[in-house]
Design a protein. Structure first.
Length: 137
């Protein structure tokens, strides 16, 4: 279960290049590191996992970039925490259900932040927005 989320770096750049025609935007997210972290819950200590992620939006032609780094704190029973850490140290892989939760949370927050950042510096939105079509009766 995810119990914490925070951004550690937010970077957005609008380059002086001018674009005409079609602009391609590719978004990418990846887990870059997993660490064990101990937190205090009352008087008890609880082991958690700290997932570090990186989100990028690249524009082609190169009119700008968005980069977001952050952490997600995940808690589970001790056996599962140990199993996840062992798999990460060995293969850099995570169980499917954990990966789905962590990537989903990172994407939700990062897409919203990237949308706000793109608006603030006048870049096209990195995710497709709904379009309204007028119809005649």
């Amino acid at each position: 279960m995810i119990i914490g989320f925070n951004f550690t770096k937010i970077s957005v750049e609008k380059k002086p290049a001018t674009a005409s025609g079609k602009i391609n935007i590719s978004n990418n997210i990846s887990i870059t590191d997993v660490k064990e972290k101990e937190i205090s819950l009352g008087k008890a200590k609880q082991k958690t996992l700290l997932f570090t992620f990186k989100f990028n939006s690249k524009y082609e032609p190169a009119i700008g970039d968005i980069e977001i780094l952050g952490n997600i704190t995940y808690v589970s029973d001790q056996t599962k925490i140990t199993e996840i850490m062992n798999n990460w140290k060995k293969d850099k892989k995570l169980p499917k259900e954990v990966m789905t939760q962590v990537i989903g949370a990172a994407l939700n927050k990062s897409n919203i932040q990237a949308l706000i950042l793109s608006r603030d510096i006048n870049l096209p939105p990195p995710i497709p927005l709904p379009k309204v079509k007028a119809s005649t009766k």
